[in-house]
Design a protein around this ligand. Structure first.
Ligand code: COI
Length: 358
């Protein structure tokens, strides 16, 4: 396989020698595939020989129509960001957490997990090879997407005979089209559930994401950024949003749904719980009734892609509850957004050891 030279973060010339690509307007980054990074990492797993792979140019994967993942969906993924820090370093945030979550997902879907050392090496080498696609400090990040796929062929239902582990990356900005600090409008979904007890809602499986599209697209057409799901058993308690976890604030107390197998164990969720406690909030991982959310002072969402996003309004059964001033992020969401991003961008100390230099 081609081993690209490690891209430097400065210098001149075209993108292949590491200079920042001239055709990217760093002030107008969205969350999409417009600025796909040129190198990806790909390893394959065959029983007997284990994992083997390395960096290669970004490009198509060749799969048989009978590949397990295309027929039965053996697929888990991760989302991670590399950023340029205020100290001039390139850093990633808690990659060990993503490695562990992918291993847990692999077990749930009967796939061989990429060992944490391989996961880390793949992520860091993808980062280094694509360093010229990491936006200038404060303008965005290099979003990395590790995938674990059952790519071997099979016809009857069973696990794939072989697997691929891929990490590709793209330069990105804010996830929601309205921008990072503009509050989002959410609507409570009343027809479908995202996950059920005993299912795989707690796994970052590809299969958890397309079933939400039917309601998410309808919500978007009505002007909402996304939907909030309720629990499948009682239709009473908040679960999560299609793309992120959810938190509800009342006074000094912050509540977020517990990890009971139906919601995604978000790395940002876990980090924000710790940061909020450090800031003096009382944080409870507990069931939150939708009626309680409708009477909250604030709601915000967390995720790698969304970071911390204030919720401007929540609509439930035709009733719309507004939070804070229109267009302005609410206080707790803003405090936590600032605390998290200061840490992620090395503007603040990292007492937890969450920041990993590339
Ligand atoms: C992330 O936040 O990284 C995710 O994987 C969520 C996805 C819907 C963008």
């Amino acid at each position: 396989k081609e081993e690209p030279s490690i891209a430097s973060t400065s210098g001149s010339g075209d993108s292949s020698n590491g200079a920042m690509p001239a055709d990217i307007n760093w002030d107008e980054l969205g969350f999409g595939i417009d600025h796909m990074a040129p190198y990806m990492y790909r390893a394959t797993y065959h029983p007997g020989s284990g994992w083997e792979g390395g960096l290669e140019p970004y490009g198509p994967l060749q799969l048989d129509p009978s590949a397990q993942v295309l027929n039965y969906g053996q697929s888990v993924f991760e989302g991670m960001k590399a950023q340029r820090s205020a100290k001039g370093n390139i850093v990633v945030f808690r990659p060990d957490e993503n490695a562990a979550r992918m291993m847990a997902g692999a077990e749930r879907l009967s796939m061989p997990p990429p060992p944490p050392e391989l996961f880390l090496e793949a992520v860091l080498s993808t980062c280094r090879a694509n360093a010229h696609y990491i936006p200038p400090q404060g303008k965005g990040s290099l979003y990395m997407r590790p995938l674990l796929l059952g790519t071997g062929s099979i016809l009857g239902l069973g696990p794939a005979p072989s697997y691929s582990f891929v990490v590709y990356a793209a330069a990105v900005g804010a996830y929601f089209k309205t921008g990072q600090l503009t509050p989002i409008d959410l609507i409570v979904e009343e027809r479908f559930h995202r996950a059920a007890p005993g299912g795989m809602g707690g796994t970052k499986a590809a299969g958890n994401y397309s079933p939400v599209l039917v309601v998410q697209l309808a919500a978007k057409q009505s002007g909402y950024a996304d939907v909030v799901y309720l629990d499948a058993k009682t239709d009473t308690y908040l679960e999560e949003v299609s793309s992120c976890n959810i938190f509800v604030v009342k006074g000094n107390t912050i509540k977020t749904p517990p990890l009971a197998g139906t919601i995604l164990p978000g790395v940002t969720r876990k980090s924000v719980i710790q940061l909020a406690r450090q800031l003096g909030y009382e944080v409870q991982e507990t069931n939150v009734a939708v009626t309680e959310a409708m009477e909250a002072d604030e709601i915000f969402t967390t995720g790698t892609a969304v970071v911390v996003s204030a919720v401007g309004s929540l609509t439930h059964r035709g009733v719309r509850k507004q939070f804070g001033e229109a267009g302005q992020p609410t206080r707790t969401a803003l405090r936590l957004y600032e605390a998290l991003t200061a840490l992620q961008q090395e503007k603040a100390d990292d007492p937890f050891g969450w920041i990993v230099p590339v």
